[in-house]
Design a protein around this ligand. Structure first.
Ligand SMILES: *Cc1c(COP(=O)(O)O)cnc(C)c1O
Length: 376
C-alpha cells in the first residue's frame, strides 16, 4: 500500500500547513507529531492516549500542569481557578448567567458586536435581566464602539463582551469596562494569542478549537470571589463550584482534548517563547495580509473598520459572489483550505491562529496578488 509520507509525519503535510479554517483551526505541526505518537503510546505511560483512565495519577498530573501553564501564560494570581469544561463556549453562554444573573434585579451589561456576542445575549436573557450597552447590528457589525459610545452601569452584576468577533473579524485592541464591575470575556478565538493584563478580568472563557487545541474542551478561568453569591440550586454539572471541587474531573472529561491543549501550552512556552513572541508572530502575519488588501486598489475589500481589524480573522470580499467563488476554487486548487467566509456572511475569511505559520501567509498573499493580476 502506498501511503503519502505525511501519513506518518504530520509535519510533512503541505496541505495542513495551509489550513486557514475559522475553526476547528490548524494546530502546530510539532504538536501534531506528538499527538500522533500519543495515539500509539504516551511517553512514560505506554498506553494510547485514547485509553488512559481519567482517574489515573498521570491524568491528574496533566490537569495540574495545564492549570499551571495557563495561569503562568496569562499571569494570573493563585485566587483564579482554571477549569476544563465541556459544552463549548455555547454552554458558557448559559452557565455563566445561571451562576451570576439568576434572581438579580440589576441587568448585566452585554455588548452586541457581532455573530458570537449575539448568540450569548438571548441565552443570558432567558436567565435574568440584560442591558445591551452597545450594538453594531444596524451598521452590519463593521466596527466596534469607541469609548465615547460606551457607558457601563456601576450596578451591573457583570459586563460581558467578546474580545474577538471570529465571524466579522473585529477585535478589541483595548480593555473595556469598569474595575468595580466584574469583567467577563469570551476569548474563544484569540485566547493565548498575545500578552495582556488578564488579572483585570474576573472570568475568561475560551473553547480550545480555534487557537489552542481540538474541539471538546473549553477553558474557563475565574476569580474565586466571583462565585460568592451564586445560587445553591444549580445542576451539579453546571455549577462552577462543583467543577472546581472536582478539578475538572466531575465526570469523564475529554482526556484527549485536554492532553492536546497541554501540548499546545508547552509548545507556546518552549518553542514559541511565550505570549509576547506569539503576539509578534501573529502581528507579522496579520500585517502582511492586511497590507495585501490595502494595496489591492479595492480588488479585495476588508469587512472590518481598519482600527478594529482582528489579528486572528481577516474577513474580506471581492467585487461579486461569482468572483469570490472563483477565488475560493482557485485557492483550493493551489492547496489552501478553509478560506470560505462564515455561512452567516459569506465572502472570504483567512484565519491566522497561533498554529498557522508566517510562511503560509506569505504563500497566501502571493496567491492573492497573482489572482488579482489575472482579474484586474
Ligand atoms: C466559535 C465561537 C463560539 C462557539 O463555540 P462552540 O464551542 O462551538 O460552542 C463562541 N464564541 C466565539 C467568540 C467563537 O469564535
Amino acid at each position: 500500500m502506498n501511503r503519502p509520507a505525511h501519513a506518518l509525519n504530520p509535519a510533512a503535510n503541505p496541505r495542513n500547513a495551509l489550513n486557514f479554517s475559522g475553526g476547528p483551526g490548524v494546530l502546530p505541526a510539532a504538536v501534531l507529531q506528538q499527538v500522533q505518537e500519543s495515539i500509539a503510546s504516551v511517553p512514560g505511560v505506554g498506553l494510547s492516549i485514547l485509553g488512559i483512565s481519567h482517574r489515573s495519577d498521570w491524568f491528574a498530573a496533566v490537569v495540574a500542569e495545564l492549570e499551571d501553564n495557563i495561569r503562568s501564560l496569562l499571569g494570573l494570581p493563585a485566587d483564579y481557578h482554571v477549569l476544563f469544561l465541556q459544552g463549548g463556549a455555547t454552554q458558557q453562554f448559559s452557565m455563566l448567567p445561571m451562576a451570576l444573573l439568576a434572581g438579580r434585579k440589576h441587568a448585566a451589561d452585554y455588548l452586541h458586536t457581532g455573530y458570537w456576542s449575539g448568540k450569548a445575549l438571548p441565552e443570558a436573557s432567558r436567565v435574568g435581566p440584560v442591558r445591551v450597552a452597545w450594538s453594531g447590528a444596524a451598521e452590519g457589525f463593521r466596527r466596534l464602539p469607541t469609548d465615547d459610545e460606551l457607558h457601563f452601569d456601576a450596578d451591573a452584576p457583570y459586563l460581558h463582551y467578546v474580545s474577538n468577533e471570529t465571524v466579522e473579524g473585529l477585535q478589541f485592541h483595548r480593555m473595556l469596562g469598569r474595575d468595580d464591575v466584574p469583567r467577563i470575556c469570551d476569548m474563544s478565538s484569540d485566547f493565548l494569542s498575545a500578552p495582556g493584563d488578564y488579572s483585570r478580568f474576573d472570568m475568561i472563557y475560551a473553547h480550545a478549537q480555534k487557537n489552542i487545541g481540538p474541539a471538546g474542551v473549553t477553558v474557563v478561568v475565574l476569580r474565586d470571589a466571583l462565585l460568592k453569591a451564586a445560587p445553591d440550586n444549580l445542576p451539579g454539572f453546571l455549577d462552577y463550584r462543583a467543577q472546581i471541587a472536582a478539578h475538572s474531573i466531575l465526570n469523564t472529561p475529554p482526556v484527549f482534548a485536554i492532553y492536546v491543549v497541554l501540548l499546545v501550552t508547552r509548545w507556546l512556552r518552549d518553542q514559541v517563547g511565550g505570549l509576547a513572541a506569539m503576539d509578534r508572530l501573529n502581528r507579522a502575519k496579520a500585517a502582511l495580509l492586511y497590507q495585501t488588501l490595502d494595496s489591492s486598489d479595492g480588488f479585495y475589500k476588508g469587512h472590518a473598520a481598519v482600527a478594529d481589524r482582528s489579528l486572528m480573522n481577516a474577513v474580506f470580499r471581492l467585487e461579486t459572489p461569482c468572483l469570490e467563488a472563483e477565488f475560493l476554487g482557485a485557492a483550493q486548487a493551489a492547496g489552501f483550505s478553509g478560506l470560505g467566509g462564515h455561512r452567516s456572511i459569506g465572502g472570504i475569511r483567512a484565519s491566522l491562529y497561533n498554529g498557522l505559520g508566517l510562511d503560509a501567509v506569505e504563500k497566501l498573499v502571493e496567491f492573492m496578488d497573482g489572482f488579482r493580476q489575472k482579474h484586474r
